[in-house]
Design a protein around this ligand. Structure first.
Ligand code: ARG
Length: 406
């Protein structure tokens, strides 16, 4: 028996993969795995129904808590960002692939299938994990390989051909014919692309947003909120201790109600393609802003400068899906060391699309009231005179030299 584990979302691409794997790739036993990282419950259910309809051995694996603790929290510690938005799809892919690998090992399968096309980033992220953990496994991606023509050649699938193939093979396809947006969703963010949104100048219509209210629907009264942190990760909202999963769920709701978390960017994909992306990530936007505010209170100037470089590198590695990279481990050694002091709380004000820090406190604050307020003997202002005279010595010499050379 030829067994394959298919990373299954229940969408059209991955559903079409099921009959394809049987007919063209010779797998008579298809195991479908849907990993729940916080996509809509309806999507999970639909995946189950479709998998059943297509007679696969189907598993829904709930990885929500694990996703927050092992993927979103490290992203908070590293202020996980890529080109101006909190990374979300990229940090969920390693976990999805990891769960598929676990299932394959448990069930003795040695082949994987996924629905990625050849244009995006997910093929890199998913296959990297599979190859790392099961180097000998076969990996097939029918959507990337293209449609098999009678003469044996292949060409890219068009959406119409895919739908025709699906219909001919009993793949149920409700409302897909007029589906406009391509959406990827997990607890940390919702990404919307496709249709007219591909045009960089096209203003995103209100209908693409699900988690965040538009300006005119936001409450008039601002919402203030205290976020407690320990060791670089949030632990409480308004002094109420919450599990990581519960905290993210509540934060998404509160911030989304106040219209916080919409990001519209041009993104450079791994293959060099520039794409227009819209994100909704209410919890991530608020928690990252709060985290940065606390870091700024407890870290030295040098630490902050260096950490912004470390964070940037970390974000790029995470974006590329290189989850087990040694450099990532090295960067995390630094990040985790500095996070031991990122404990305390941050007050935020959320109102009509904005999230503003309005206060912070920590037992590790490097701020000292005596020193900063300048009115005490501990800071003798006369000591500054000499320091100011020396300031920019080489820089001033350079300027004078330049005048002479004219
Ligand atoms: N470009 C983003 C990334 O690579 C998100 C892509 C999500 N996919 C989607 N169909 N919206 O992380």
């Amino acid at each position: 028996m030829q067994t394959i584990v298919l990373v299954y979302s229940g969408g059209l691409d991955t559903s079409v993969c099921i009959p394809l794997m049987r007919e063209e790739y010779g797998f008579d036993h298809v195991i479908t795995v849907t990993v729940d990282v916080g996509q809509p419950a309806e999507d999970i259910r639909q995946a189950e129904v479709r998998a059943r309809g297509l007679n696969t051995e189907h598993y829904t694996l709930d990885a929500k808590a694990e996703f927050v603790e092992k993927y979103c929290w490290p992203a908070v510690r590293a202020n996980g960002d890529y080109q101006g938005y909190p990374i979300s799809t990229s940090i969920a892919r390693p976990l999805i692939a990891l769960k598929a690998v676990e299932k394959a090992k448990e069930l003795g399968a040695n082949a994987f299938g996924h629905g990625c096309t050849g244009k995006g980033n997910d093929q890199f992220r998913i296959e990297y994990i599979m190859r790392t953990l099961m180097p000998d496994a076969e990996i097939i991606a029918p959507m990337r390989e293209g449609r098999l023509l009678p003469n044996g050649a292949r060409e890219p699938w068009t959406r119409t051909e895919e739908i025709d193939y699906a219909e001919a093979h009993g793949v149920e396809i409700p409302q897909t014919r007029d589906k406009i947006w391509s959406i990827d969703e997990n607890l940390w963010g919702r990404s919307i692309e496709g249709g007219h949104l591909e045009e960089p100048g096209y203003a995103p219509p209100e209908e693409i947003f699900q988690w965040t209210r538009g300006l005119k629907d936001c409450p008039d009264t601002p919402k203030t909120l205290k976020i407690g942190f320990e060791n670089g990760v949030p632990v409480s909202l308004d002094d109420k201790i919450l599990s990581p999963l519960e905290l993210v769920l509540q934060m998404n709701k509160i911030a989304g109600e106040n219209g916080v978390g919409r990001v519209d960017v041009m993104e450079d994909r791994m293959l060099g393609l520039k794409v227009r992306e819209n994100y909704e990530c209410p919890a991530a936007v608020v928690l990252l802003a709060a985290h940065k505010a606390l870091e700024a209170l407890v870290s030295t100037q040098g630490e902050l400068k260096f950490k912004s470089m470390v964070d940037r590198e970390w974000g790029e590695l995470a974006y590329k899906g290189l989850w087990f990279d040694p450099l990532k481990e090295d960067l995390e050694a630094f990040i985790n060391s500095i996070q031991t002091r990122v404990t305390g709380s941050v007050n935020m004000r959320l109102a009509k699309g904005s999230a503003v820090v309005i206060g912070r406190s920590s037992p590790y604050a490097l701020y000292n009231e005596d020193l900063a307020s300048f009115d005490s003997k501990t800071f003798d202002q006369a000591e500054s005179i000499g320091m100011v005279k020396i300031h920019g010595l080489q820089s001033r010499m350079y300027w004078q030299l330049k005048q002479k050379m004219k």
